[in-house]
Design a protein around this ligand. Structure first.
Ligand SMILES: Cc1cc2nc3c(=O)[nH]c(=O)nc-3n(C[C@H](O)[C@H](O)[C@H](O)COP(=O)(O)OP(=O)(O)OC[C@H]3O[C@@H](n4cnc5c(N)ncnc54)[C@H](O)[C@@H]3O)c2cc1C
Length: 95
């Protein structure tokens, strides 16, 4: 089924970033036997459960990091908005 999808890009397996396990599509990760992870342009990581499990942990951390960064940005935007409102209110009082 995977081989029929665009995600393999005419290959047998899904190519992923070896550090993040991200595919060519945003917010889509791939782990385990469906992936092909080439190291040093020559060796591929063997298709074994031990690697699939380790990859699952990497992806879980990637998703946690993405959510954490998003929350941080939203938090900063909220603080900036509160500060902006405070400045505008002060200016109105001084007029
Ligand atoms: C005989 C044998 C012995 C092995 N021994 C070891 C070992 O000792 N140590 C080791 O580390 N690794 C071993 N492996 C390799 C290990 O089993 C795999 O690398 C590992 O299971 C890969 O995990 P995965 O989640 O990528 O794929 P899988 O474990 O194959 O899981 C894929 C899942 O997707 C489901 N699926 C498939 N198609 C669809 C579909 N169209 N829709 C919905 N679901 C679908 C399947 O039913 C399956 O449950 C062995 C493999 C074999 C065959």
């Amino acid at each position: 089924m995977i081989r029929k999808c665009d995600i393999t890009k005419d290959r047998d397996w899904i190519r992923v970033d070896k550090f993040t396990l991200k595919t060519m599509y945003d917010n889509v990760f791939a782990i385990g036997d469906v992936t092909e992870i080439v190291l040093g342009g020559m060796v591929t990581i063997p298709k074994a459960g031990i690697f699939a499990e380790a990859q699952a942990k990497v992806v879980a951390q990637e998703i946690i990091d993405q959510i954490t960064i998003l929350r941080l940005i939203l938090n900063l935007m909220e603080r900036a908005f509160v500060l902006w409102r405070w400045v505008v209110t002060k200016q109105d009082i001084l007029k």
